[in-house]
Structure formats: structure tokens, C-alpha cells
Design a protein around this ligand. Structure first.
Ligand SMILES: *Cc1c(COP(=O)(O)O)cnc(C)c1O
Ligand code: SF4
Length: 349
């Protein structure tokens, strides 16, 4: 048994499902590694159903495979621009800067990359990325992802951002990271400085539950915002973690109060071994409809799914438009009543 298993077992009694994972996964190297920060461990409750614990402690269901699950759930292979770069949408690219994360989230959809010893980007990787960016002026946004880019040594992150910036002075950077959530103390003044210097740069965090908004994570996010770094949030809709209107409402309010804009709420991707986290899409739509009635537009994330096979990200919305009749669009208002709006609003026939 490894040290993490002992650390967990010292803290609480492992459930049968959790213990079975450690028992069956031992020695396999084709799985998402198990890694939990000491900080995140302190947030966990005693129940195996605790929403924090579910995100971090593996359970045996992770070893199950559904026949529709995929090792490349987003079909990203088709859009490889360089070894480390995905260019799926015209104006933005994703650069996988490292496979390493401070903690491995059990629901991770990049699990065939994350924690698989690809290591951090090499100098030739960075050169290839810079050359690609220089040759593709249509790219206006570079999304640093992984793995978690903020696990790179600060000097390495700084030189990476500096190289990309000199290849394309005007691009916008976006950094996807869970560091503020799982290891907020790592958001040091020096790190904030490196990110602020690379402006314009946006940080995309991944808070999935209101209990993750602690004084420590609040301080991390506040330091970023105070340095002029806009912070938005991705939430993954996760069964047993945040699949209730009350939880999502509390999460979105807590984020906005900390000046973090809820950006996306993701329907679970079809990554292998994540079936126990997925919420039926129909239920997701119901949740989002109720949520929209309870929170402001500012607090409302866009519910979205990344279509399997490389279809891309699409917003999942119910249509309020009922149809068109006698020169009027007919809409269902939030109160359930029907309202109309003229088809030719400018009065011309
Ligand atoms: C999600 C994603 C993006 C960014 O999409 P936005 O809708 O702009 O947030 C870009 N490239 C890839 C490959 C993605 O998966
Ligand atoms: S931080 Fe992101 S990439 Fe890393 S394990 Fe969690 S979801 Fe996956």
C-alpha cells in the first residue's frame, strides 16, 4: 500500500468502494495517478459521499468502462497542430504545457494525458508552438492547459510566457488551473507577478463546490484579481458533488462575491471511468432552467457539452422561442406565460 493510502486510512475509514480501488489498481500504470494535496485533504468530510472527498479519493467504479467511453473523448487528435498544441477553433489554440497537476481530480477528462509522465514542455516544444503562432495570425488567444500549467516552476512559466509573448505580442493568454482550489498557498506573490506581467492574461479556475471557497482559496483568487488578472470559473457538473440547484446556486453566488465570473458549467465528457460522475443531460437541463430563475445573469454559467468525436463545444440551452405566428415570435417567459415580439420590429413588411 502506498503512502497516500496510509494517509487517507489514518484520516478516515475508507469505504468499500475506495478500498477496492486501491486493492485493484495497485501496480497498474495505465490509470490517472492518485494525488491529493494536504490542504485539500483538510477540506474533506468523514462521509465517503462527501462532495470534496468524491473529487479526490478514487473509488472502484473508476475501473469500469462503458463502451461509449473514449480515451480521447473530445476527438482532439484530429486537431493537433504541434505535439503539444490543439487548434480546433479558428482563433484560439490550446497548449498542453505539462501533464502534472497538484491533485488529480477523479473526474478529469484529460486523464489520458494528465499525470502520464509526458513532463513539462521542452524547449523544442516551445519553439514549435512559437513558430506555429507566428505562422497563424488568425490565432488571437492561447489557452495554457494540461495538466496544470501553474505546477511549472515559476521561472519556467515565466520564460514560456515570455517566449509566446514575443512570438505574438498581441495574443490573449488564458490559463486553466486548479491551483487556487487545491493548493491556494502556491498562489504566491511571485506567481501572481509572473501572470500579471504576461497581461492580457485570464485565469480559468475550477471550483466545483461552495465548500472549496475557503479563506485560503478566497485569498488566492483575490490576489489574482487585485493584480488585474480577470478570473473566470469552469464547473464540471458532477453527480454527488454539485448536481443540485441549491449547491450550484451557492457556488455561483460565492464566486461572484469573490469577483469570479462563472463561465461554463460542463456536462461530463465521456472519459473512461467517469460514468459514476455523469449527470443525465436531461437532468442537467432541468437544473440549469431552475438555476436561471434563481440567480442573476452575471452569476449564471453557460451549460455546455463538448461533443464526442471532435464536434466541439456547444451551449446546451432550452429554447424560449416557441415559434412564429401572424408576424410575431412567441416566447415562453421565465414565469411560464407566453409573450410575443414582432418579426419585423422595424415596421417594414
Ligand atoms: C474549450 C476549448 C477552447 C475554448 O473554447 P471557449 O468556448 O472559447 O472557451 C478552445 N480550444 C479547445 C480545443 C477547447 O476544448
Ligand atoms: S487539475 Fe485539471 S487536468 Fe489536472 S486532474 Fe484536475 S481536471 Fe484533470
Amino acid at each position: 500500500m502506498d503512502r497516500l493510502h496510509d494517509r487517507l486510512a489514518a484520516r478516515f475509514t475508507l469505504s468499500d468502494d475506495e478500498a477496492a480501488y486501491f486493492h485493484q489498481a495497485g501496480g497498474r500504470d495505465d490509470l490517472l495517478p492518485v494525488r491529493i494535496t494536504d490542504y485539500y485533504l483538510t477540506l474533506m468530510g468523514d462521509s465517503p459521499e462527501d462532495p470534496i472527498r468524491r473529487q479526490a479519493v478514487p473509488r472502484v467504479q473508476e475501473l469500469e468502462r462503458r463502451e461509449y467511453e473514449l480515451s480521447d473523448p473530445l476527438g482532439e487528435h484530429r486537431f493537433k497542430a504541434t505535439d503539444r498544441m490543439i487548434h480546433r477553433y479558428r482563433d484560439r489554440v490550446v497548449l498542453l504545457v505539462t501533464d502534472s497537476c497538484a491533485m488529480y481530480c477523479r473526474h478529469c477528462f484529460r486523464r489520458s494525458f494528465s499525470g502520464r509522465r509526458f513532463g513539462p514542455v521542452s524547449d523544442p516544444d516551445v519553439e514549435a508552438a512559437c513558430a506555429y503562432l507566428a505562422a497563424h495570425p488568425e490565432v488571437t488567444e492561447v489557452i495554457l492547459s494540461g495538466g496544470d500549467p501553474l505546477t511549472l516552476p515559476i521561472g519556467r512559466l515565466h520564460s514560456l510566457l515570455t517566449s509566446l509573448r514575443s512570438a505574438r505580442p498581441e495574443v490573449v493568454f488564458r490559463v486553466g488551473t486548479r491551483i487556487p482550489v487545491v493548493e491556494p498557498a502556491a498562489v504566491s506573490d511571485a506567481l501572481v507577478d509572473v501572470l500579471a506581467t504576461a497581461a492580457p492574461l485570464w485565469v480559468v479556475a475550477q471550483f466545483n463546490h461552495p465548500r472549496e471557497l475557503t479563506p485560503a482559496s478566497t485569498a488566492a483568487v483575490s490576489a489574482l484579481v487585485a493584480a488585474g488578472i480577470p478570473v473566470v470559473n469552469h464547473t464540471v457538473l458532477l453527480r454527488g458533488v454539485n448536481d443540485s440547484v441549491e449547491t450550484l446556486e451557492a457556488l455561483c453566488h460565492a464566486l461572484v462575491r469573490r469577483r469570479v465570473k462563472p463561465y461554463y458549467l460542463f456536462q461530463g465528457d465521456l472519459a473512461r471511468g467517469t460514468a459514476h460522475f455523469r449527470v443525465p443531460l436531461r437532468r442537467g437541463l432541468d437544473l440549469v432552467r431552475s438555476l436561471r430563475r434563481r440567480i442573476s445573469g452575471l452569476a449564471m454559467p453557460t451549460y455546455a457539452v463538448d461533443l464526442p468525436g471532435g464536434g466541439g463545444k456547444i451551449p446546451l440551452t432550452e429554447s424560449y422561442l416557441l415559434g412564429e405566428r401572424d408576424g410575431f415570435y412567441r416566447f415562453a417567459g421565465p414565469d411560464g406565460d407566453t409573450y410575443t415580439y414582432p418579426v419585423e420590429a422595424d415596421g417594414e413588411p
